[in-house]
Design a protein around this ligand. Structure first.
Ligand code: ADP
Ligand code: MG
Length: 561
């Protein structure tokens, strides 16, 4: 026999495990959803690999999941005959957490005030396999990678270390055995050795899994006929009227690895020569890594019900990277690669339609459910605005669903549509100011004349705002105009004539002062001129129309440019 090695969990993994052991998450049943979800993924992966690699020495004749309970031993085993893991994979995948945003998550968790706040964070993060330790004080995993002969046995109590050993005679795939906590033994709520209880949980959380999930019946030995517990119907292939909201929500959790319900479910169907179905979700919370470079994005791609890939980035643009779900296309080859997909015309057509559908769904939400829309915008607005820079075709639609802080109401952001409707007679432009914070903008001298006139000004504080305002010409025929740049013309024609004479006189009166100031300031300014926009401040600095704003200047300087 080979020696048993003891290895340490990576420190992030250790911290997460501590949380699971002390079970701060109240809904313990979800551990089973996670194990079944992993088993299902493993079956998907094996089927795909065997399509692609005809020489793979693996049995794919009866891919399925089995769940076995042993009340006497107080164990529960979830077994699949899928892809399995090599020893190195077990160490990399089970012993560490590679998810981006983990460090952030753990910092936030440390700062969480109470159990409810921690639960909320765990829900956002999704703990996957480690959820086992909510109900088990020891977990044994036996696995063999399809196509290899060496099996691996992994075991841990979740307390800092795990053991790993190479074994012979492991069946293909993975079996996870939970040694259930003795303290739950008396509580029927946590009776995970009861087949009825397990069946109930599977129905509730995993019914849509497209592989059979089997449980042995109550009988003994040969009599114990295995029966399939789930209905196995792909949700996106069922008519929407027969799918319940709960089913959609559980499916969302399976594909997204999120633990929370989605904000919105979106269905899309195309029939005819080029057939596909899509089931998409807008999450209710932005993932931790929304603005991190290494994050993954995209939806799952299926071809004729066969899972092809996770994170298919060709199907969604970068600025909608938070959209989750599934696209099932009928006419693609099972052998498509990411590279081929990027060039594929059908994929591009699907993508165009998905984008339009997502944008129109949000637009509907704006009026149908303002609160939901506010959540959406709060979580994803910053990402969506990136689309103003790179999705030319949908620019107007993106502006339509955007909202911005404004001087109109300090609490409530405004849509551009609403801004335009409130524009004063004679007001020609949509005025905005960019800056680091609302208070910096509101206290800016640039604001004075606009306040005096009663003109509303958009208060733009996201870094991305600096970029799109320069790229986007206008909305609804009105130009965007920075109140801090160039000559802002706030006067009507009559006012202009009346003040022109006075202005000329002022210019003469102050000429020597202006010349003196311009000389004194030298190269630091381009020009010193009289202004009509200040009412209480004596002077202010303005940028030229095409100059960088102070914030952008700072950003570029920070980037070393
Ligand atoms: P996630 O599923 O979100 O990736 P998990 O913690 O659930 O995170 O699982 C971590 C990884 O371990 C999976 O991504 C997968 O690679 C591997 N894994 C877990 N369970 C299985 C299994 N039954 N068969 C094969 N690989 C598995
Ligand atoms: Mg998982």
């Amino acid at each position: 026999t080979t020696p048993i090695e003891t290895l340490e969990f990576q420190s992030e993994a250790r911290q997460l495990l501590q949380l699971m052991i002390h079970s701060i998450y109240s809904n313990k049943d979800t551990f089973l959803r996670e194990l079944v979800s992993n088993a299902s993924d493993a079956l998907d992966k094996l089927r795909l690999e065997s399509y692609r690699d005809k020489d793979l020495d693996a049995d794919t004749s009866d891919l399925h999941v089995t769940i076995e309970t042993d009340p006497a031993e107080r164990t529960l085993t979830v077994r699949d005959n899928g892809i399995g893991m090599t020893r190195d994979e077990v160490i990399a995948l089970i012993g560490t957490i590679a998810k981006s945003g983990t460090a952030d998550f753990l910092t936030k968790l440390k700062e969480a005030k109470d159990a409810a706040a921690s639960q909320d964070l765990i829900g956002q993060f999704g703990v996957g396999f480690y959820a086992s330790f909510m109900v088990a004080d020891k977990v044994t995993l036996v696995t063999r990678r399809a196509g290899t002969t060496e099996g691996v046995r992994w075991e841990s109590t979740g307390e800092g270390t795990y053991t790993i050993q190479e074994i012979e005679d492991a069946p293909q795939g993975t079996a996870v055995t939970l040694h259930l906590k003795p303290e739950d033994a008396e509580d029927h709520l946590y009776d995970y050795t009861s087949p009825a209880k397990i069946r109930e949980i599977v129905k509730k959380y995993s019914d849509f899994i497209t592989w059979p999930i089997r449980m042995t019946g109550e009988g003994e030995g040969e009599d114990a006929k295995a029966e399939t517990v789930n209905s196995m119907k792909a949700l996106w292939a069922r008519s929407s009227s027969e799918v319940t909201e709960d089913e959609y929500h559980e499916f969302y959790k399976h594909v997204s690895h999120d633990w929370q319900d989605p904000l919105e479910t979106i269905r899309l169907q195309a029939e005819g020569t080029f057939e596909y179905q899509a089931l998409l979700f807008l999450p209710s919370r932005a993932p931790m890594d929304l603005f991190m470079r290494e994050r993954k994005r995209g939806v799952q791609l299926y071809v004729k019900r066969v899972f092809i890939m996770d994170d298919c980035e060709s199907l969604v643009p970068e600025y909608l990277r938070f959209v989750k779900g599934v696209v099932d296309a009928q006419d693609l080859s099972l052998n498509v690669s990411r590279e081929i997909l990027q060039q594929d015309r059908q994929i591009q057509l699907i993508r165009r339609r998905l984008v339009k559908k997502v944008l129109s769904t949000v637009k509907t939400m704006m009026t149908a459910d303002a609160e939901k829309y506010a959540t959406f915008w709060q979580e994803f607005g910053r990402a969506v605005k990136e689309g103003l820079l790179d999705d030319f075709e949908n620019r107007e639609a993106i502006l339509e669903i955007s909202s911005f802080a404004s001087t109109q109401d300090a609490e409530k952001p405004t849509s551009l549509r609403a801004y335009v409707e409130r524009m004063k007679d004679g007001q020609q432009h949509i005025y905005y100011m960019t800056g680091e914070s609302r208070s910096a903008i509101e206290n800016s001298p640039h604001m004075e004349a606009f306040r005096a006139k009663g003109y509303e000004v958009l208060v733009l504080t996201d870094p991305i705002d600096e970029m799109w305002v320069d790229a986007v010409p206008g909305f609804d025929g009105k130009q965007f105009q920075s109140i801090a740049k160039g000559q802002v013309d706030l006067e009507s024609d009559e006012d202009k004539k009346a003040t022109e004479v006075a202005r000329e006189q002022q210019k003469k009166d102050f000429e020597s002062l202006l010349t003196w100031m311009a000389t004194a300031l030298g190269d630091t300014v381009k020009e010193v001129r009289l202004s009509s926009r200040l009412t209480t401040s004596p002077a202010c600095i303005v940028g030229d129309t095409h100059d960088l704003t102070p914030t952008l200047e700072k950003m570029y300087r920070a980037m070393g440019q």
